[in-house]
Design a protein around this ligand. Structure first.
Ligand code: M6R
Length: 366
């Protein structure tokens, strides 16, 4: 079953180009995007939608956080993203025209299911499930559904479920943008072409594995790590930190880089590796000045850049550069080296990569 791979996690990381291609299959046959992709009732429901509420846990929650940037920027829709286990015990004010989106690989996460029910009881009219398991409770519970077609994910650490969720959420963003007349024909064509290219772009991103492996040897000696990102790449930093702590048991924390001087900078010394997600986006300039603050305190920087990022390697600044610059799709590509980093650090440490201690694949109890 594992083929040439040592672990399911490794196999699932390398399956991502195919998993994303399967999830986006319809994109290869159409020239324009339509709400039909989300089911026959989607057009009416989307027409009534004036904002989005995303409910999820863990990695699926991080996918939601990325989607918020897309929905605001491309579709002009207000979007809230909530940790399901928190939302279900709050007293939020519901707007019936807010579409509730539940994201879950398994479709069986107890808190996510309960939070969707709760949202409904508060008066939200409609829900959409983004899920990897067709016969799951989440799929049955929601009004609209979109299946990520990642195939079975065995490793406890979620990998291909995340990137396929992101691909689906980008499709949702474009659909809503189009219905709200925010998507020009030209931009739609460009985005479809970019989505078609995504599997090949992921394949290229996977080629950084040997470089990441070399970094992993140094990380395995560390007890703590900081992950930094800004904007849409902040949730990617969060996902990178979650992967590392989950399977290597190294304490990893993610911060929005602008928050550094509000506290975490005190942690920085030459023992603390700092991972930065630094593609060439609108916030790169800001991120670079945050990174200079880290350098000035003796921090060792490990930077994931893209083809267009103006970031120079130096004695304490190590750079791995992805081959392309992916614009809106950049968070999807930047996930790959972070998954590989966690995987190779865990290998160095000899932990049980596919079944990390204390964790279950589907959290079906509260
Ligand atoms: O099946 P779900 O997507 O609802 O699971 C949510 C989380 O339990 C899950 O993403 C968890 O955080 C992963 N182990 C992270 O790798």
């Amino acid at each position: 079953e594992l083929g040439p791979y040592a672990h399911f996690m490794q196999k699932e990381i390398f399956e991502q180009p195919g998993a994303v291609a399967n999830t986006l299959e319809m994109i290869f046959n159409i020239h324009s995007i339509s709400p039909e992709l989300f089911g026959s009732e989607a057009e009416n429901i989307f027409r009534d939608t004036n904002s989005i509420l995303i409910l999820a846990c863990g990695t699926s929650y991080h996918a939601g956080l990325v989607a918020r940037y897309w929905l605001e920027t491309v579709a002009g829709l207000p979007c809230n993203v909530e940790i399901a286990s928190e939302y279900r015990y709050r007293n939020p004010i519901a707007d019936p025209a807010t579409l509730v989106v539940g994201i879950s690989q398994s479709g069986e996460t107890a808190d996510t299911l309960a939070s969707l029910n709760y949202a409904k009881s508060l008066g939200h009219r409609h829900s959409l499930a983004i899920c990897n398991v067709a016969e799951s409770a989440l799929i049955r519970q929601a009004d609209l559904r979109f299946l990520t077609r990642a195939g079975p994910e065995i490793g406890v650490a979620s990998t291909k479920a995340f990137t396929t969720q992101l691909a689906s959420l980008l499709l949702l963003t474009m659909t809503l943008a189009k219905m709200r007349h925010k998507l020009s024909n030209e931009y739609e064509g460009k985005m479809i072409a970019a989505l078609r290219h995504l599997p090949a772009a992921l394949q290229l991103a996977l080629q950084v594995e040997p470089q990441v492996k070399a970094w992993a040897e140094r990380f395995a000696q560390k007890r703590h790590a900081l992950f930094l990102g800004r904007g849409v790449h902040y949730p990617i930093a969060m996902e990178g930190a979650l992967k590392l702590k989950e399977i290597s048991y190294i304490h990893a924390e993610a911060y929005a880089a602008g928050e550094l001087k509000h506290g975490p900078l005190a942690l920085v010394d030459n023992e603390m590796p700092i991972v930065a997600i630094a593609p060439n986006d609108v916030l790169l300039g800001k991120l670079k000045s945050n990174l200079q603050e880290v350098q000035a305190r003796g921090g060792e920087l490990y930077v994931f850049a893209d083809a267009d990022s103006q970031i120079q390697e130096s004695e304490h600044v190590h750079v791995i550069r992805l081959a392309e610059h992916a614009g809106l799709l950049s968070p999807i590509l930047h996930t790959i080296p972070l998954q590989l980093l966690a995987y190779h650090v865990a290998l160095q440490k000899g932990t049980d990569v596919d079944k990390p201690r204390n964790l279950a694949k589907a959290v079906t109890v509260e």
